[in-house]
Design a protein. Structure first.
Length: 281
């Protein structure tokens, strides 16, 4: 009944079926019409017909027992690899797993493993419980959508969980971009720029920089040169570069050559030099 059908849908049909057909013998002796009537509404009627045929074979050929052999089981109507594996695991505690989408997903997420053969995949004293648990785990915890990783006991060694946590933590520290205006005092004929170590930006402290501040619209006395992006440590900066030719500079600024740098110049400032150099070409 559960082939292609949800447990919730099956429950009332199963209850009424086992009430009217309580065992294998009763099933084998029922006529097909009765079985199909009990199945009415559940769909996939070939399942009901196969179940009925199988019950007759089991009673006749196997003394009302379900065979404990994979090949023999597969000869029965309606029983394929999956059902044969599940029956052998659940009834005979054989080390087999019913390989459905849920179980495949669990292995893939846990170990990045695509399994095709389920025989002897694990051997425990409780193969039946393991087979059952894997199916339930895939259906209830490690669901196709939104798996319940936080409640999952296996998360410590789950590869999927590790990669998802990495992605999430990367998302958490997603760096915000901030805009700054950079104002360069330049000496017209000397290829020089005014720099200061006294910026109050909160970063690049004590480095030689032009005047720099958070972006605003009030830069009318400055000429706009370009906009570019730069990253420093955990900051992404969106930079607007302005300039002005002047022979005077504010106090605490000094002139630096754009081509010959005797003092250490951070790479952040060197990029500014590069942009400014175009003005002198
Ligand atoms: S941690 Fe998440 S993805 Fe990994 S097995 Fe558990 S529920 Fe599935």
């Amino acid at each position: 009944m559960l082939q292609q059908t949800k447990v919730k849908t099956v429950i009332p049909y199963f209850k009424s079926f086992v009430h009217k057909v309580p065992n294998l013998k009763a099933l084998s002796k029922s006529n097909e019409k009765k079985i199909l009537k009990l199945w009415e509404g559940l769909g996939y009627y070939s399942r009901a017909r196969n179940l009925h045929k199988t019950s007759k074979i089991l009673v006749k050929k196997y003394k009302s027992q379900i065979p404990d052999n994979f090949e023999k089981l597969k000869e029965l109507p309606g029983i394929g690899d999956y059902t044969a594996n599940v029956l052998l695991a659940l009834i005979y505690n054989q080390p087999r797993v019913g390989l459905d989408g849920n179980v495949k997903r669990v292995f893939f997420r846990l170990f990045n493993l695509e399994i095709t053969n389920t025989t002897n995949l694990f051997k425990t004293k409780r193969n039946a419980d393991l087979a059952e648990a894997l199916m339930e785990f895939g259906a209830i915890i490690c669901k196709p959508k939104d798996p319940l990783c936080n409640k999952c006991k296996l998360k410590k060694f789950c590869l999927y969980y590790a990669s998802e946590s990495k992605i999430k933590s990367n998302k958490k520290i997603k760096i915000q971009s901030k805009s700054y205006d950079i104002f360069c005092y330049l000496k017209k004929n000397k290829k020089q720029i005014a720099l200061t170590k006294n910026n109050d930006l909160g970063f690049l402290k004590k480095f030689n920089l032009p005047k720099m501040k958070a972006s605003s619209q009030k830069n009318k006395s400055w000429k706009f040169l370009c906009n570019y992006k730069n990253s420093i440590s955990n900051k992404k900066l969106n930079l607007n570069l302005y300039y002005k030719f002047s022979s005077k500079i504010p106090s605490k600024y000094s002139w630096y050559s754009l081509s010959k740098n005797r003092e250490f110049i951070p790479s952040f400032t060197k990029r500014i030099f590069k942009q400014i150099s175009f003005l002198y070409q």
